[in-house]
Design a protein around this ligand. Structure first.
Ligand SMILES: Nc1ncnc2c1ncn2[C@@H]1O[C@H](COP(=O)(O)OP(=O)(O)OP(=O)(O)O)[C@@H](O)[C@H]1O
Length: 329
């Protein structure tokens, strides 16, 4: 278990991590999500004692990292694939780590086998691909057979096969009862991997919830309607107290999930339907909505533009809606 209480890190003027309190529990994969620069890596470094908190506290099974004897036996971490001594072979790199943590030599062969690097064990990591480097980093994390594992953006730059492998491994480790904490800035990836989510933005906690509840609470549900008689449809919906708004490709959207009621109204009014489909906004969209105001860096657009776009609702077709370009109605 990892416990953070009011964890805070300031770099000069910059508050990188701002009073974070949450607990990462065993037996499940916990996703640690936030846009670039949200403070995920800084938080993970403080968990590992690589950075000192400005305020607050973080404990691993009740202890500070520095209090752990042979820490690799308690917590294994993949922070950066590049953290490998280029001159040593993969096997020797792991052997050095094993020796300094009182881990038996045979474990090196076991973890190399687990991550599929046995064939290149005597090669130097300098020539490794990104995926092989990640595998070696994961082998190091697994070396002490720790109960807690932490991965910082483990799938960055990997091909689909590598991504699938890491995802399956993390779920397997969690099923064994371990605590698995993995950071990402991709909601879609986390949705396939994590059961629990911790979301941060600009160093602050935005959500600490199960994946299913996060989806429930953050994603918009709406009904998409297509009809050859949009004006009749709109009038009928408004008369029923619903608020249709223009959707993509000429469709209409109505907030909520009451497709059945809309279908019955259409039948009663003999209104032709080409499409009536309940929709749920994608998880990526839910994540963007949640973090929109905290996005620090974004390509091409300023933070205000990014914040406004996903958060603002589509314009509603109300009383002042321009009824058709031909001026009728
Ligand atoms: N050593 C440092 N000195 C000064 N500022 C830092 C330092 N490390 C991180 N920061 C700043 O703290 C903030 C959080 O950075 P951090 O790397 O923890 O974010 P992150 O969520 O891991 O982002 P990314 O997904 O881009 O890796 C950023 O604004 C970053 O520029």
């Amino acid at each position: 278990m990892i416990e953070l209480r009011g964890l805070t890190k300031r770099y000069g003027e910059k508050l990188a991590v701002d009073g974070l309190s949450f607990t990462v529990r065993p037996g499940i994969v916990t996703g640690f999500l936030g846009p670039n620069g949200a403070g995920k890596s800084t938080t993970m470094r403080m968990i590992l004692g690589l950075d000192a908190p400005t305020r607050g506290d973080v404990r691993i099974d009740g202890k500070h990292y520095a209090q752990l004897q042979e820490p690799l036996n308690h917590i294994g971490a993949l922070l950066e694939a590049k953290g490998v001594h280029g001159g040593r072979t993969a096997r020797n790199h792991l052997l050095c780590l094993a020796q300094s943590n009182g881990i038996p030599e045979r474990r090196v062969g076991e973890v190399l086998e687990m991550v599929g690097l046995t064939a290149v064990a005597r090669k130097r990591p300098k020539g490794f691909s990104l995926g092989m480097g990640q595998r070696l980093g994961i082998a190091a994390a697994l070396l002490g057979d720790p109960d807690i594992l932490m991965f910082d953006e483990p799938v960055n730059g990997l091909d689909p096969e590598g991504i699938h492998w890491i995802r399956t491994l993390m779920q397997h480790l969690a099923r064994e009862g371990r605590t698995v904490f993995v950071s990402s800035h991709l909601m879609s990836e986390m949705a396939l991997t994590a059961e629990h989510l911790v979301v941060i933005g600009q160093g602050k906690l935005l959500a600490d919830t199960s994946m299913s509840r996060f989806i429930e609470e953050n994603s918009r549900t709406y009904v998409r309607i297509r009809t050859p008689e949009p004006e009749r449809m709109r009038d009928m919906l408004i008369a029923e107290g619903l608020r249709p708004s223009p959707g993509e490709d000429g469709a209409m959207e109505v907030e909520g999930d009451d497709a059945a009621r809309i279908g019955e109204l259409c039948a009663a009014e003999r209104l032709v339907l080409h499409e009536l489909s309940p929709q749920r906004a994608s998880l990526e969209e839910a994540f963007m909505r949640l973090t929109a105001e905290t996005v620090e860096y974004h390509a091409h657009t300023g933070p205000e533009a990014v914040a406004a776009e996903p958060a603002s609702p589509a314009p509603a077709w109300g009383a002042d809606w321009n009824r058709g370009k031909d001026g009728k109605g």
